[in-house]
Structures are given as structure tokens and as C-alpha cells.
Write a protein of this length. Structure first.
Length: 133
């Protein structure tokens, strides 16, 4: 069986085109949530996946091929030796990331990864093992 070609990051829809802000605003207006957007968004994507982590998905940015996975944590080296960790959630095959610090339970806002990392940074991307079950 042929392996699927990596998905070109630039071919993915823009985050704004996926309609998440509109769905959140509608949920707020209808009294369906009192959560802020980022908390609601995370809950919606986890719910859509049925609480299951996904299989790794291969992406391509220029000549660099890398993998991301729904529900997984990753570490990347940015700006030389500064390491940053982020959590990844997927809307289908569209990845969103939220950075967090060591010992910092608070996540930053959810952002799409298009043009977020350089090729050099993507070469340092590693999966952070989850806690043993």
C-alpha cells in the first residue's frame, strides 16, 4: 500500500476560513457556553475527536517533512537554544498549537502553524512522551 504524500502546510485552509470564531460566538449568544474562545475551542476539538489521540500526520513545509499528532505535546528549538513546548490539536488535518512553559499549566492562545516555524526550527521538532499509563 502506498504511503500518503505529506500535506503541504501552505495548502491548508486559513484558520479564519474554518468558522470556529463564528461557532463560538453563536454558542455564547445561545447560552451554550460561558467559556472564552480558547477554552471552548480546545473542548470542541477534543470532543470532535471523541477524546482519542490521533495517528501522526505528515506535513511538508518547503523541503522539510515533519509529523504532528492530535492530542500530543511537542518541543521545538527556537532562536538558537531556546526550547519551547506546545500542545497540538487537529481540526481534521489542520493543526493548531498552543505553547506552554516548563511547569506552566497555563497554555497560550491556539494558533495555526502556517509560517509559524522556520525550516531550521522544524528540524529540531520532537514528540514529548506523555505520562506512562
Amino acid at each position: 500500500m502506498d504511503k500518503e504524500e505529506p500535506i503541504d502546510i501552505e495548502s491548508l485552509p486559513r484558520a479564519a476560513d474554518l468558522g470556529w470564531i463564528g461557532r463560538w460566538k453563536q454558542a455564547v449568544e445561545e447560552g451554550g457556553t460561558d467559556l472564552g474562545f480558547d477554552d471552548w475551542f480546545e473542548s470542541a476539538l477534543i470532543g470532535a475527536a471523541g477524546g482519542r489521540d490521533g495517528q501522526p500526520v505528515q506535513y511538508r513545509q518547503g523541503s522539510v517533512i515533519f509529523e504532528l499528532q492530535h492530542g500530543a505535546d511537542f518541543e521545538i528549538e527556537q532562536g538558537g537554544s531556546a526550547k519551547r513546548r506546545f500542545h497540538c490539536l487537529m481540526d481534521g488535518h489542520v493543526p493548531f498549537v498552543s505553547f506552554y512553559g516548563d511547569g506552566d499549566a497555563e497554555r497560550r492562545p491556539w494558533i495555526s502553524i502556517s509560517r509559524l516555524f522556520t525550516a531550521e526550527e522544524l528540524h529540531t521538532l520532537i514528540l514529548v512522551p506523555g505520562p506512562a499509563a
